[in-house]
Design a protein around this ligand. Structure first.
Ligand SMILES: Nc1nc2c(ncn2[C@@H]2O[C@H](COP(=O)(O)OP(=O)(O)OP(=O)(O)O)[C@@H](O)[C@H]2O)c(=O)[nH]1
Ligand SMILES: [Zn+2]
Length: 209
Protein backbone atom coordinates (compact mmCIF):
# COMPACT_ATOMS: atom_id res chain seq x y z
CA UNK A 1 0.00 0.00 0.00
CA UNK A 2 1.34 3.43 -0.88
CA UNK A 3 1.13 5.72 2.07
CA UNK A 4 -0.32 9.18 1.97
CA UNK A 5 2.94 10.49 3.35
CA UNK A 6 5.06 8.93 0.60
CA UNK A 7 7.38 7.24 3.06
CA UNK A 8 9.58 4.16 2.84
CA UNK A 9 8.46 0.83 1.37
CA UNK A 10 7.19 -1.87 3.66
CA UNK A 11 8.81 -5.08 4.91
CA UNK A 12 12.02 -5.61 6.66
CA UNK A 13 15.49 -4.68 5.47
CA UNK A 14 16.88 -8.13 6.29
CA UNK A 15 17.43 -10.17 3.12
CA UNK A 16 14.73 -12.80 2.79
CA UNK A 17 12.24 -10.80 4.83
CA UNK A 18 10.15 -13.07 6.98
CA UNK A 19 10.79 -16.19 4.93
CA UNK A 20 13.90 -17.05 6.90
CA UNK A 21 13.93 -20.46 8.60
CA UNK A 22 12.98 -20.74 12.26
CA UNK A 23 15.59 -20.11 14.94
CA UNK A 24 18.10 -22.99 14.92
CA UNK A 25 18.39 -24.02 18.58
CA UNK A 26 21.02 -26.68 17.96
CA UNK A 27 23.27 -24.37 16.00
CA UNK A 28 22.97 -21.60 18.57
CA UNK A 29 23.76 -24.01 21.44
CA UNK A 30 26.83 -25.30 19.56
CA UNK A 31 27.98 -21.70 19.05
CA UNK A 32 27.63 -20.91 22.75
CA UNK A 33 29.56 -24.05 23.63
CA UNK A 34 32.32 -22.85 21.25
CA UNK A 35 32.28 -19.42 22.88
CA UNK A 36 32.77 -20.98 26.32
CA UNK A 37 35.64 -23.08 24.95
CA UNK A 38 37.18 -20.00 23.32
CA UNK A 39 37.04 -18.26 26.69
CA UNK A 40 38.95 -21.17 28.26
CA UNK A 41 35.92 -22.39 30.19
CA UNK A 42 34.87 -26.01 30.59
CA UNK A 43 31.37 -26.24 29.10
CA UNK A 44 31.00 -29.72 30.62
CA UNK A 45 31.39 -28.61 34.23
CA UNK A 46 28.23 -28.86 36.24
CA UNK A 47 27.31 -25.16 36.27
CA UNK A 48 27.72 -24.76 32.52
CA UNK A 49 26.35 -28.09 31.31
CA UNK A 50 22.89 -26.75 30.46
CA UNK A 51 24.07 -23.26 29.55
CA UNK A 52 24.41 -23.59 25.75
CA UNK A 53 20.84 -24.90 25.38
CA UNK A 54 19.56 -22.36 27.89
CA UNK A 55 21.23 -19.43 26.12
CA UNK A 56 19.90 -20.70 22.78
CA UNK A 57 16.35 -20.66 24.19
CA UNK A 58 16.92 -17.18 25.58
CA UNK A 59 18.13 -15.90 22.20
CA UNK A 60 15.18 -17.36 20.40
CA UNK A 61 13.03 -15.19 22.65
CA UNK A 62 15.30 -12.14 22.34
CA UNK A 63 15.24 -12.39 18.53
CA UNK A 64 11.56 -13.27 18.25
CA UNK A 65 10.91 -10.16 16.19
CA UNK A 66 12.82 -11.69 13.28
CA UNK A 67 10.05 -14.19 12.64
CA UNK A 68 6.94 -12.04 12.54
CA UNK A 69 6.02 -9.33 10.10
CA UNK A 70 5.43 -6.32 12.39
CA UNK A 71 2.88 -4.92 9.96
CA UNK A 72 0.48 -7.71 10.98
CA UNK A 73 0.24 -6.12 14.42
CA UNK A 74 -1.54 -3.20 12.81
CA UNK A 75 -3.89 -5.25 10.63
CA UNK A 76 -6.86 -4.47 12.85
CA UNK A 77 -7.66 -0.78 12.82
CA UNK A 78 -10.88 1.05 13.50
CA UNK A 79 -12.33 4.41 12.66
CA UNK A 80 -12.94 6.47 15.75
CA UNK A 81 -13.53 9.90 14.22
CA UNK A 82 -10.65 11.14 16.33
CA UNK A 83 -8.41 13.52 14.44
CA UNK A 84 -6.30 14.80 17.31
CA UNK A 85 -3.09 13.51 18.81
CA UNK A 86 -2.89 9.99 20.25
CA UNK A 87 0.23 9.62 22.39
CA UNK A 88 1.54 6.64 24.35
CA UNK A 89 4.52 7.44 26.52
CA UNK A 90 7.12 5.38 28.34
CA UNK A 91 6.69 2.07 26.54
CA UNK A 92 9.44 -0.16 28.00
CA UNK A 93 11.84 -1.35 25.32
CA UNK A 94 14.60 -3.98 25.39
CA UNK A 95 16.75 -4.55 22.33
CA UNK A 96 20.27 -5.60 21.43
CA UNK A 97 22.81 -3.54 19.53
CA UNK A 98 23.87 -5.37 16.42
CA UNK A 99 27.48 -4.34 16.90
CA UNK A 100 28.15 -6.10 20.19
CA UNK A 101 24.96 -8.10 20.81
CA UNK A 102 24.66 -6.34 24.14
CA UNK A 103 21.38 -4.89 25.39
CA UNK A 104 20.18 -1.39 24.94
CA UNK A 105 17.04 -0.58 26.84
CA UNK A 106 14.84 2.28 27.78
CA UNK A 107 11.50 3.68 26.72
CA UNK A 108 9.73 4.52 23.49
CA UNK A 109 7.13 7.25 23.05
CA UNK A 110 4.76 7.10 20.09
CA UNK A 111 2.40 9.82 18.95
CA UNK A 112 0.27 10.06 15.84
CA UNK A 113 -2.53 12.15 14.43
CA UNK A 114 -5.10 9.93 12.67
CA UNK A 115 -6.18 10.69 9.13
CA UNK A 116 -9.48 12.30 8.16
CA UNK A 117 -11.30 8.99 8.66
CA UNK A 118 -9.98 8.88 12.20
CA UNK A 119 -8.24 5.56 11.61
CA UNK A 120 -6.71 4.41 14.90
CA UNK A 121 -5.20 1.21 16.27
CA UNK A 122 -5.50 -0.43 19.68
CA UNK A 123 -3.07 1.21 22.11
CA UNK A 124 -1.46 -2.12 23.01
CA UNK A 125 -0.57 -2.60 19.35
CA UNK A 126 1.82 0.33 19.57
CA UNK A 127 3.72 -1.46 22.34
CA UNK A 128 3.64 -4.73 20.37
CA UNK A 129 5.08 -2.92 17.37
CA UNK A 130 7.99 -1.63 19.46
CA UNK A 131 8.59 -5.17 20.77
CA UNK A 132 8.75 -6.74 17.34
CA UNK A 133 11.22 -4.22 16.03
CA UNK A 134 13.26 -4.34 19.25
CA UNK A 135 13.58 -8.13 19.41
CA UNK A 136 16.26 -8.49 16.78
CA UNK A 137 19.85 -7.28 16.31
CA UNK A 138 19.27 -3.55 16.01
CA UNK A 139 20.54 -0.02 16.08
CA UNK A 140 18.48 2.56 17.87
CA UNK A 141 18.09 4.86 14.88
CA UNK A 142 16.68 2.07 12.71
CA UNK A 143 14.34 0.84 15.42
CA UNK A 144 12.95 4.35 15.76
CA UNK A 145 12.38 4.82 12.01
CA UNK A 146 10.95 1.35 11.51
CA UNK A 147 8.27 1.94 14.12
CA UNK A 148 7.37 5.30 12.57
CA UNK A 149 7.27 3.89 9.03
CA UNK A 150 5.09 0.93 9.99
CA UNK A 151 2.54 3.37 11.42
CA UNK A 152 2.68 5.45 8.25
CA UNK A 153 2.09 2.37 6.09
CA UNK A 154 -0.77 0.92 8.07
CA UNK A 155 -2.63 3.90 9.52
CA UNK A 156 -1.89 6.49 6.84
CA UNK A 157 -2.00 9.11 9.57
CA UNK A 158 -1.54 12.85 9.22
CA UNK A 159 1.63 12.57 11.23
CA UNK A 160 3.75 10.27 13.37
CA UNK A 161 6.40 11.00 15.97
CA UNK A 162 8.49 8.32 17.65
CA UNK A 163 11.07 9.10 20.32
CA UNK A 164 13.28 6.45 21.94
CA UNK A 165 15.42 7.08 25.04
CA UNK A 166 17.82 4.24 25.75
CA UNK A 167 20.97 3.25 27.57
CA UNK A 168 23.44 1.08 25.67
CA UNK A 169 25.25 -1.44 27.83
CA UNK A 170 28.03 -1.68 25.24
CA UNK A 171 28.87 1.88 26.29
CA UNK A 172 28.51 1.15 29.99
CA UNK A 173 29.90 -2.25 30.90
CA UNK A 174 32.75 -2.24 28.38
CA UNK A 175 34.53 -0.03 25.85
CA UNK A 176 34.19 3.65 26.66
CA UNK A 177 32.48 2.77 29.99
CA UNK A 178 30.08 5.66 30.25
CA UNK A 179 27.41 3.95 32.31
CA UNK A 180 24.22 5.97 32.69
CA UNK A 181 24.58 7.95 29.48
CA UNK A 182 21.42 7.85 27.43
CA UNK A 183 20.76 8.23 23.73
CA UNK A 184 17.65 9.85 22.31
CA UNK A 185 16.51 9.21 18.74
CA UNK A 186 13.43 10.52 17.00
CA UNK A 187 11.58 9.89 13.77
CA UNK A 188 9.01 12.40 12.59
CA UNK A 189 6.73 11.97 9.62
CA UNK A 190 4.00 13.99 7.96
CA UNK A 191 2.70 17.01 9.81
CA UNK A 192 5.26 16.61 12.60
CA UNK A 193 7.95 17.09 10.01
CA UNK A 194 6.36 20.00 8.16
CA UNK A 195 5.00 21.92 11.16
CA UNK A 196 7.44 23.02 13.85
CA UNK A 197 4.60 23.97 16.21
CA UNK A 198 2.93 20.52 15.94
CA UNK A 199 6.29 18.90 16.54
CA UNK A 200 7.15 21.00 19.57
CA UNK A 201 3.69 20.48 21.06
CA UNK A 202 4.07 16.70 20.73
CA UNK A 203 7.61 16.81 22.11
CA UNK A 204 6.54 18.81 25.14
CA UNK A 205 3.76 16.30 25.83
CA UNK A 206 6.27 13.47 25.46
CA UNK A 207 8.55 15.17 27.96
CA UNK A 208 5.60 15.79 30.28
CA UNK A 209 6.04 19.55 30.30
N1 LIG B 1 24.65 4.87 15.93
C1 LIG B 1 24.59 3.84 16.76
N2 LIG B 1 25.72 3.32 17.22
C2 LIG B 1 25.62 2.27 18.06
C3 LIG B 1 24.42 1.71 18.47
N3 LIG B 1 24.68 0.69 19.33
C4 LIG B 1 26.02 0.63 19.43
N4 LIG B 1 26.61 1.58 18.66
C5 LIG B 1 28.01 1.93 18.42
O1 LIG B 1 28.56 1.10 17.45
C6 LIG B 1 29.94 1.43 17.42
C7 LIG B 1 30.76 0.26 16.95
O2 LIG B 1 32.04 0.76 16.85
P1 LIG B 1 33.35 -0.09 16.45
O3 LIG B 1 34.52 0.85 16.47
O4 LIG B 1 33.07 -0.88 15.23
O5 LIG B 1 33.41 -1.13 17.65
P2 LIG B 1 34.25 -1.07 19.02
O6 LIG B 1 35.72 -1.06 18.73
O7 LIG B 1 33.75 -2.17 19.90
O8 LIG B 1 33.82 0.35 19.59
P3 LIG B 1 33.74 0.88 21.09
O9 LIG B 1 32.34 0.57 21.58
O10 LIG B 1 33.98 2.36 20.98
O11 LIG B 1 34.78 0.16 21.90
C8 LIG B 1 30.27 1.93 18.81
O12 LIG B 1 30.61 3.30 18.71
C9 LIG B 1 28.94 1.79 19.57
O13 LIG B 1 28.74 2.79 20.56
C10 LIG B 1 23.22 2.28 17.95
O14 LIG B 1 22.10 1.86 18.23
N5 LIG B 1 23.36 3.35 17.11
ZN1 LIG C 1 26.96 -2.05 20.99
Amino acid sequence: MTSSLGEQPGQDDVPGGFERPAFDQERAAAAIRELLLAAGEDPDREGLRDTPARVARAYEELFAGLYTDPDTVLDRTFDEAHEELVLVRDIPMYSQCEHHLLPFHGVAHIGYIPNEKGRVTGLSKLARLVDLYAKRPQVQERLTSQVADALVRKLEPRGVIVVVDAEHLCMGMRGVRKAGSTTTTSAVRGIFRSSASSRSEALSLIRGS
